[in-house]
Design a protein around this ligand. Sequence first.
Ligand code: NA7
Length: 539
Amino acid sequence: AAAGEDTDVDVVVVGAGVAGMYAVHRLRGDGLTVQAFEAGSDVGGTWHHNRYPGARCDVESVDYSYSFSDALQQEWDWSERYATQPEILRYLHHVADRFDLRRNIVFNTRVTAAHYDETDNTWTVTTDTGTSLTCRFCVFASGSLSAVNYPDIPGREGFAGTVLHTAAWPHGGADLADKRVGVIGTGSSGIQLVPEVAREAAHLTVFQRTPNYSIPAANRPTGDGERREQKAGYAERRRKSRLSGGGSPFVPHAKNTLEVDDAERERVYEHYWDLGGVLFSKAFPDQMRNEDANALARDFAERKIRDVIDDQSVADDLVPTDHPIGTKRIVTDSGYFQSYNRDNVELVNLRRTPIERVTPTGIGTADGNGGTDFHDLDVLIFATGFDAVTGAMDRIDIRGRGDRTIHDAWADGVRSYLGLQVAGFPNLFTVNGPGSPGVLANMVLTSEDHVDWIAGTIGHLRSRRLDSIEPDAAAEQAWMQRCGQLAEQTLFPRADSWYMGANIPGKPRVFMLYSAGFGKYREELAEITDAGYKGFEIK
Ligand code: NA7
């Protein structure tokens, strides 16, 4: 049967964050019937859930915004270089209003299962509110950083105070004023949160397992003149972004780290440091590939970190020692390290003094002499991240051919062709799936690209009255091997990072992403598609 003739809808979209919202708009615009389901009470995904004080994106807002409508680009005014979470969410609500997206989205509804029926080539999608719907195509826009991770610490359930997670922050905000607050985790979320809590709380204890590289955002308000220039130059800005490694219009220095003398190297580092945040990882083209080059960048970062910390014994604990800079995502911060100069902020180094248990009144850590130190807390905040890239889908009962679950398909290591489809799961598409640049790049642009490709592919099938598309298992295997080889040329595999699945006990340790850059990936995807969907089986 041709698509759309014998199912409830043509497409079910899972998730109404940045990717799902655009999927609704684009697929509906192509004349398909679309039903989206969203677990949250409104659109926004990441920006709906991560409401902790200090939350911002580490990609500049002028770039981290939709490109599909120039009218939208021209009418929206960003107030600062890195907008806060509330402003990003306002923007996404504006997009939902402007394009009337909500009429195709059911909120407060979590997709619990998606089962493929081989006999009639349909998917049946089930939700936690009891809805069951058939469709020809499933688009998983369920997020790369959405499956919330609570670490399994003994006693966690027994804490009598307030327990919060940065990624599930209460909508009314949290009352931290004059409270004794503990934060577990020093990734992007913890590091953005700490300065805000430090200003508000009576006392803040930061429980740090791994010190992280963090670089000042160099955030500033966007002036009218600058905004006019940005808007006038949008086409060129997007063009550059689509050719770049990370999906924003920045390029590394022309020479490699060791090809310049010490003085020039220092100038280049200063320049990229001043650009702010994660952009420092682009200073030299070999920084993420060559260990000696990376070591020089680390030295520079260490000096900068030590410069702003008063007590050098505290700095000793805050300077990262276990991973090359950039192999865990560099954090883009606003006054993080300076927070430790305050009297009300205390750092607990969990490598030296691990958490023993959570008690009703706080956290007990080893004191190093066989005893326990008790840290009394009113509020305990988990800033412990996500089961990244695969977690959201892994938690859903997704069954393809032969009733095989996605969980089983990924049990020995994640696999996907191009981050778009998994062999054995016909007509199921993933946005920013494993094997694509995803979280290594500007996810608004990567999402738009994937949704456009999915829409184009569905259009291809429909116009030829074809039933299904899925990757050929050999092409998929070759693609994952290639992603692995690309990663081996970088320093990424040297870190116990969520990119490697290392933060989730039992998760296969594989670098989950395509690391040769957004621009290069776009080229490869276009070649494969133009060659008649090479590596896909179309029936
Ligand atoms: P991350 O980057 O995964 O950070 C989580 C933090 O929580 C990290 O410091 C972890 O230490 C720490 N963690 C995790 N489990 C534990 C336990 N059991 N004990 C102590 N500490 C723990 O998540 P974020 O939300 O900050 O950021 C995710 C991405 O979102 C970010 O990179 C941006 O791209 C946006 P570890 O390093 O694993 O030792």
